[in-house]
Design a protein around this ligand. Structure first.
Ligand SMILES: C[S@@+](CC[C@H](N)C(=O)[O-])C[C@H]1O[C@@H](n2cnc3c(N)ncnc32)[C@H](O)[C@@H]1O
Length: 306
């Protein structure tokens, strides 16, 4: 049962975000308001379990099927990706314990364009509990050439990373047979910290050395934008032939604009918005973000910078 103080806090946080967006103001909501909201959401109740195993079904070769009228769908064609997920928006003080809309949209795009990931070294930033990473690992396995590919799933939260590791290794998931899926701690703010930047640079260039960097739903708090853009800048400049594809659910236009301004002003980066052409997939129906747009950005290092 949701308490009246949670509803009060939720309503007022929403009103403040709306006001800030409508006024196009630079005012930011004091992080203590978010902290209070998170604390209230974490209060345990006697309700149903907050987490359960969710199986996502997906067709690895959608272009080969005639499923527009539903007549020719055969579940044997489908891959299944199962994850232990939270059913609440926030659990253990983090948003990382469930799969968010932008991950579902980006997964659908990669399923339609598997060459972007097959045999490649992939780094995901803020991977949460690993849905997108499991799909990418499965696409590499389906190519029967997965030895050549590597999937690095990174996050700042150790509880999230442990769950991610468990999900990737669930025996029912094809990703469990992939020999090169790694879950690693990577805090974006290290890219702004003189004491940690050297180690982070070495990790990005020498160990991970990504061809493609992915990120989904990793802009939800304006204070995370400078460290996120800093780590993208570092990763792309250390690996100048790499690209990043970042999918973001648009909840607050002012926050999205801040991200756009930050990548535009980040020296050495170029970016463009992508039209993924993903609409109404089985994945994207339902969930807390139904009706919100997902904006996708392709970001690269400018030629001649590193
Ligand atoms: C909204 S969740 C998105 C999870 C997943 N990508 C998805 O779309 O389902 C945001 C994730 O970003 C991670 N994150 C937040 N701040 C971070 C930071 N400074 N460094 C690395 N990851 C961070 C959180 O731990 C969380 O897992």
């Amino acid at each position: 049962m949701i308490s009246s103080s949670t509803i009060f806090c939720s309503t007022h946080t929403w009103n403040l975000e709306q006001h800030s967006a409508e006024e196009d103001s630079d005012l930011e909501i004091d992080s203590r308001i978010y902290d209070r909201f998170l604390a209230l959401l974490n209060i345990s109740s006697d309700g149903p379990p907050t987490q359960s195993y969710i199986t996502h079904f997906w067709d690895p070769s959608p272009s080969l099927r005639r499923d527009d009228n539903g007549d020719d769908v055969d579940l044997a064609w489908y891959q299944k990706t199962t994850l232990l997920e939270s059913r609440t928006m926030i659990e253990a003080g983090t948003t990382g314990m469930r799969t968010w809309l932008a991950s579902l949209v980006l997964a659908q795009y990669l399923i339609r364009h598997p060459d972007l990931v097959r045999g490649k070294r992939i780094l995901e930033l803020g991977s949460g509990i690993g849905f997108l990473g499991c799909v990418v690992a499965t696409l590499q396995c389906l190519d029967h050439d997965y030895g050549a590919g590597t999937v690095w799933l990174s996050d700042v939260n150790e509880t999230v990373l442990a769950r991610c590791q468990d999900n990737v290794r669930l025996p029912c998931n094809t990703s469990s047979s992939h020999p090169n899926v790694r879950c690693c701690f990577l805090d974006w703010s290290a890219a702004l910290d003189p004491d940690r930047i050297v180690v982070t640079k070495a990790l990005l260039r020498e160990e991970i050395s990504p061809h493609l960097i992915l990120g989904a739903d990793i802009v939800f708090d304006p204070s995370l934008i400078p460290p996120l853009v800093a780590v993208l800048n570092l990763a792309l400049r250390e690996n100048p032939s790499a690209s990043a594809i970042i999918a973001l659910t648009e909840r607050n236009p002012a926050t999205m604009q801040k991200f756009v301004d930050a990548i535009s002003n980040s020296e050495g980066l170029t970016w463009e918005q992508m039209d993924l052409g993903v609409i109404n997939t089985a994945f994207v129906e339902g969930g807390p973000d139904t009706g919100n747009a997902v904006l996708v950005f392709k970001i690269q290092a400018s030629r001649g910078t590193n």
